[in-house]
Design a protein around this ligand. Structure first.
Ligand code: NAG
Ligand code: NAG
Ligand code: NAG
Length: 509
């Protein structure tokens, strides 16, 4: 119609006008949004509240569709004394007094923007005891937790706790009590590093309650949004505000017209059982190294000039290469593996945040590494280490934070979903390494840390496996997450065991 009326208007002019119109609309939206900035306020009833940032809203959108994007973790304890569930509840309440985000629910303000707001009853807990599952069989309860019902976000709290049945074991003259605690947190309130901080404080509070010592809880400040705290690094300029939505629009258009093509190397070789990976359940495989193995790994990484993260990246890539392409020949072209890794950005916030903070301060970034399969292990580990360091130094891990401030979030998520359905996304793993941590290493608390595992339901994303790794009190814990519709349990096990074997072999030789 328009073209027939003005035959002289070329498609190029129309294109340019559309581009301009979209750009203006985006700028306008930006200006309008700025009027009601995400400041922390107090409601009429004195409750703390603030609008969600883009990053939080993105996770909230993901979670609302699939009850995914929850952090799940198990904490194993051993003690010479029984665990008093009353003490446990008190300690949990002390934690929610300390960390404001544990008291939050999600509401909507008068302009329909999602906000955090303190719960009506800040003392409410979602706590249950399961007498039907022994603490030693925590794995089955953990799998249930990973795939649990969504949170009632309007009511809160945005986390839940399950205590399993205490078991005992005789140890010398006395009795050893074993407990397993399962936690699920909504990802919008915290990252994996924060969950560790939560556990650390929990043991401290439990210890002082057991010793009958009164303890004053120090309440930490409720923080502004991540975008605001990284304003200097992530604030998009006008050009970016114009161009990024256009790029996303183009990807959407091309996703609509192009015939979906599988790009995931693993799925090309082993086609998935089902198409829609997002609808599937996540399962976990726990692994750990002994203290001796962990120390050996750390010291030979040091001796070879690479980080443990670099060595693990190398090992996972070599293992995946062997699974996808077992025969190694010099003639074959190398494979390109895509993965994502997580970066803690507490130190890049303004003000700088300390380790004790609880919140969502983890960004992720994409990594692409070439694997021949014939690399010398430590050379390859150094390559991986340098690659990650270079990306972080150039600030690439902040790009996603910039991106989400420029585009419409539901449409970004829809694009991601449509790309995911047919295995078009290339990422093979999500790898999070929290590094070296310690919990009550002096052994002050009567409840001793006896292990921890972690799962984020990464397997619901196009990742073949999600890997959560950390070293607590000199022992490395590694959880692999997978979805049985994407990768079989035995192959996911082979993957992690092969990765660990490659790592340990490299340390011995
Ligand atoms: C941004 O950078 C400027 C100059 O480098 C500095 O003065 C300012 O405090 C920074 N602001 C934030 C929020 O980081
Ligand atoms: C991996 O990271 C990139 C860059 O941060 C992001 O755009 C992409 O969505 C991530 N992949 C997944 C599957 O989350
Ligand atoms: C990858 O793992 C990290 C930390 O475990 C998590 O924050 C992030 O959301 C995960 N990414 C995806 C897309 O699952």
């Amino acid at each position: 119609m328009l073209i027939s009326l003005f035959p002289s208007i070329s498609p190029l002019v129309i294109c340019c006008s559309v581009v301009l119109a979209v750009g203006i609309a985006c700028l306008l939206r930006h200006v309008l949004m700025r009027e009601n900035e995400d400041e922390i306020s107090h409601t009429g009833t004195g409750k703390i509240s603030r609008r969600l940032g883009s990053f939080e809203r993105y996770f909230s959108i993901i979670a609302s569709g699939y009850s995914t994007c929850y952090l799940n973790t198990v904490l194993l304890l051993e003690s010479k004394v029984k665990l008093d569930p009353g003490h446990l509840k008190t300690a949990l309440l002390m934690l929610s007094e300390r960390f404001a985000l544990l008291r939050m629910r999600i509401t909507v303000d008068n302009v329909f923007q999602q906000c955090f707001e303190e719960m009506e009853d800040p003392q409410s807990l979602e706590f249950q005891t399961r007498m039907d599952i022994d603490s030693e069989n925590w794995m089955s309860a953990f799998n249930e937790h990973i795939n649990c019902a969504p949170f009632n976000t309007e009511k809160g709290p945005l986390w839940r706790v399950t205590l399993l049945r205490e078991t005992t074991e005789s140890e010398g003259e006395g009795i050893l009590y074993k407990n397993a605690l399962l936690f699920t947190f909504h990802h919008i309130i915290c990252d994996a590093r924060s969950v560790f901080e939560f556990k650390n404080k929990l043991l401290q509070f439990l210890g002082s309650l057991y010793n009958g010592k009164a303890m004053k809880v120090e309440t930490l400040a409720f923080r502004p949004t991540l975008e605001r705290m990284t304003l200097n690094l992530t604030k998009p300029n006008i050009l970016e505000r114009l161009l990024i939505p256009l790029l996303v629009g183009c990807s959407k258009l091309s996703a609509m017209i192009r015939k979906p093509k599988m790009a995931n190397l693993y799925l090309l070789k082993f086609p998935p059982n089902v198409r829609d990976s997002l609808a599937q359940t996540t399962h976990a495989i726990p692994r750990r190294l002994t203290k001796e193995q962990t120390m050996a790994l750390v010291s030979c990484c040091k001796a070879n000039g690479c980080t443990v993260h670099g060595a693990i990246t190398a090992a996972t890539h070599l293992a995946m290469k062997q699974i996808i392409e077992p025969e190694q020949t010099e003639q074959k072209p190398p494979l390109l593996f895509d993965s994502n890794y997580t970066v803690d950005i507490r130190q890049q916030c303004e003000p700088k945040l300390g380790r004790e903070e609880f919140g969502l301060y983890a960004m992720f970034d994409a990594l692409q590494i070439e694997v021949k399969g014939t690399e010398e292990f430590w050379d390859f580990s150094r390559t991986c280490t340098n690659k990650v360091h270079r990306k972080i130094d150039s600030g690439e891990h902040m790009n996603f934070l910039k991106l989400i401030q420029c585009v419409n979030l539901p449409s970004l998520w829809n694009l991601f979903c449509s790309e995911t359905k047919h295995g078009q996304r290339k990422e093979l793993f999500n790898l999070t390494n929290l590094g070296v941590l310690s919990i009550d290493q002096e052994g002050k608390s009567p409840y001793k840390f006896a292990g921890a595992y972690f799962a984020v339901q990464s397997a619901k994303f196009p990742f073949i496996t999600g890997n959560e790794i950390f070293t607590i009190n000199d022992q490395l814990y590694w959880t692999v997450e997978y979805s049985p519709e994407i990768i079989t349990r035995s192959r996911a096990q082979d993957f992690v065991d092969l990765s660990l074997r490659i790592l340990m072999d490299a340390c011995i030789s």
